[in-house]
Design a protein around this ligand. Structure first.
Ligand code: G3P
Length: 216
């Protein structure tokens, strides 16, 4: 499974890239609003750090406006992926862009038919938001199972990009189901590598190393 990081923070992106496990980046307007500076400049800097796909979201709500914005965003770098919201206008934009060979990420997916429509429109990635579904007592991971099954049933190429992740366990579940990508917030990315027994085990090993030093 590919690991993307879900942030627009250059510091966090650099930190994740330094781990050597980073396959891509997703951003959205809310993540960009947390940063300072011009969005286009932020995208440019992200693309300098990461070779893999970098999702940049359009802000237009109409099909023509989305396609126009996509043209501008694509000029930033070859690895920019155009993020399009799951709306009827968004579906039209996905179709137009996919015909032009542009990589897209259909965002704000909350049910399986939305994911099926995104794939039929030619989206490269479909982003179901698991955490936000769980927040309202839904079942985010069941949605991932449904989408993966439907895509397999029909041999659809669209990659399932699990978004709105809140916990390391969701990454495990996404991998068990066979989702293609998890986009992971920086805090969860750090949590993935840790376990209390690892810390305790390492502390014991280090204490024993000290004991051995004292022996000589
Ligand atoms: O990238 C979009 C998605 O991951 C948003 O997550 O935490 O705002 O629900 P969240």
């Amino acid at each position: 499974m590919k690991f993307f990081i879900d942030t627009a923070s250059l510091t966090e992106i650099q930190e994740a890239a330094d781990l050597g496990l980073l396959d891509g980046v997703t951003t959205n307007p809310s993540l960009l609003a947390k940063e300072t500076g011009d969005s286009m400049e932020i995208f440019r800097e992200i693309c300098k750090i990461v070779d893999g796909p970098v999702s940049a979201e359009v802000t237009a709500l109409d099909h023509e406006g989305m396609v126009r914005e996509a043209e501008i965003l694509r000029k930033i770098a070859d690895n920019i992926v155009i993020k399009i919201p799951m709306t009827l206008e968004g579906l039209k934009a996905l179709k137009t862009l996919s015909r032009e060979g542009v990589e897209t990420n259909c965002t704000l997916i909350f049910n399986a038919t939305q994911a099926l429509m995104a794939a039929k429109a030619g989206a490269t990635y479909a982003s179901p938001f698991v955490g936000r579904l769980d927040d309202i007592s839904g079942n985010g991971m069941y949605l991932i199972e449904q989408i993966c099954t439907i895509y397999r049933n029909y041999g659809l190429d669209t990659q399932v990009l699990v978004a709105s992740i809140r916990l390391p366990e969701q990454v495990t579940q996404a991998a068990m189901i066979g989702a293609h990508v998890s986009t992971i917030p920086p805090k969860v990315m750090r949590q993935l590598a840790s376990h209390p027994l690892t810390d305790i085990g390492l502390a014991t090993f280090m204490a024993d190393v000290e004991k051995m030093k004292n022996r000589t």
